[in-house]
Ligand binder design. Sequence first.
Ligand SMILES: *Cc1c(COP(=O)(O)O)cnc(C)c1O
Length: 213
Amino acid sequence: MALPEVLSRIAAAARRTGREPAEVTLVAVTKGRSIEEIERRVLAYGDFPLGESRVQEARAKIAAMPQRRWHFIGPLQRNKVRYMRPFRLIHSLDGIRLAEALAARAEREGYKARVLLEVNVAREPQKHGVLPEELDPAVRKLKGLEPLTLLGLMTVAPLADDPEEVRWVFRELAAMAKEHGLPQLSMGMSDDFEVAVEEGATLVRVGRALFTE
Ligand SMILES: *Cc1c(COP(=O)(O)O)cnc(C)c1O
């Protein structure tokens, strides 16, 4: 698929549920892709935010393209929070100790880190994110950390043959965000972004679909 087709599918999914296509931002997931591929398959169509999931790889790409809008979407370790300043949004904050480390770093550097809290909605043991019952205290804690701006929630749905099987995951995340008054919902990837948009995604993280014919 080329990027314009992904955009038109996002727009169609938004309209099906009475939403404006402009409410949904496509984050192009560029992990493992070269600068040349990113330029040809993504930036040729516009200045889309770029999502990276590995710190070292992201640092090299940011150095090559510092003007782009980079998002961090991967697992983050506390000893890597020092590299987070260039990112416009961190989707994958997944615990209180990590949040405290990031807040301490941002405080010291004098910036505000914009973050989403990752939720392991489907309780998969191998997945990152806070469990649903840990959400309330985590949100309360994050809202109290001055150097962080908590904008919303993020999830990675389980692998499924049919995206309808994971609709409930997106629906639950949307309900959690609403309950906490959080406006941003990062959910939906190549195989399930249309269902995620129907359930309220404001950010979809799409990789493979943009880079394969
Ligand atoms: C790789 C990745 C994506 C993109 O997945 P695709 O299936 O390539 O669209 C989205 N979110 C996260 C957290 C990822 O690591």
